[in-house]
Design a protein around this ligand. Structure first.
Ligand SMILES: [Fe+2]
Length: 248
């Protein structure tokens, strides 16, 4: 839908961001049924950013620890499933690294079940897997998680609907409005063809930018398989970010 241009105030025009047509999914996508309930039906309203929005979050030193990036270590033992390393860099449109980005991830367990009260899918929960992790990108913009390969799960969007295996990513910049949310997928997933969330992205090349690359060189022998996924914030190679709450 169209986003109305920002208002000009006393000769001063707020900058707007260039949007790439055909890349981002529409807010209301018929095949993804619940978007009809969430898509705005009226013009968007520009909310001015005040002190709270532009000075937070303040993470402070040491609040994010190395242990936060290991999702496999439960309180009573190790999580079940295929261990994987997911790593990559956060880059701007010119390929420059973006350090200090807070990356938060959440995902289903190996059986395709979220450790969340809203998930009633009758697959087993893993007491040693919360599915949530976080880390900060380093000086090269790199992040790294050790986790479990998530399972597919059904979601009743349409008959026999299953989500392809995916990990949800949230990126926080230096202020609350600088939050971007997306999903990372795995190559050759047989469920891509019937997934309206993946296919709501109009540009097939943009869909491919959400798929992690298996890299044997990142694999830890006898420990975990390795995947690489770079997140480009804007521009020609930009990642697709979600514009709607409640994404599955
Ligand atoms: Fe999900």
């Amino acid at each position: 839908m169209a986003i109305h241009p920002p208002p000009a105030t006393a000769g001063f025009t707020l900058p707007s961001y260039e949007r790439q047509p055909g890349v981002h999914p529409p807010l209301d996508f018929a095949d993804y049924r619940s978007t009809a309930l969430r898509a705005p039906s009226r013009p968007l309203v520009l909310l001015p950013h005040r002190l709270t929005e532009i000075t937070g979050p303040l993470l402070g030193e040491g609040r994010v620890t190395a242990a936060d990036a290991d999702l496999t270590a439960g309180s009573g033992g190790e999580a079940l499933g295929q261990r994987i390393i997911v790593t990559g860099r956060v880059l701007d449109s010119r390929g420059n690294p973006v350090p200090g980005t807070l990356i938060e991830v959440w995902q289903a367990n190996a059986a395709g079940r979220y450790a969340h009260s809203a998930d009633s899918h009758p697959a087993p929960l893993d007491p040693n897997f919360t599915g949530a992790g976080r880390c900060l990108t380093d000086s090269e913009g790199r992040y790294r998680f050790l986790t479990i390969r998530p399972g597919a799960y059904p979601w009743r969007n349409h008959p026999n609907a299953w989500r392809p295996a995916h990990i949800h990513f949230s990126l926080f910049g230096r202020a609350f409005p600088q939050r971007l949310v997306t999903q990372m997928y795995f190559a050759d997933d047989p469920l891509f063809g019937q997934d309206p969330i993946f296919n709501s992205i109009p540009d097939p090349r943009a869909r491919q930018r959400l798929i992690a690359r298996f890299d044997l060189g990142l694999t830890e022998p006898e420990r975990a398989l390795g995947y690489e996924w770079d997140i480009v914030l804007r521009g020609r190679d930009g990642c697709v970010f979600e514009q709607r709450d409640g994404q599955r």
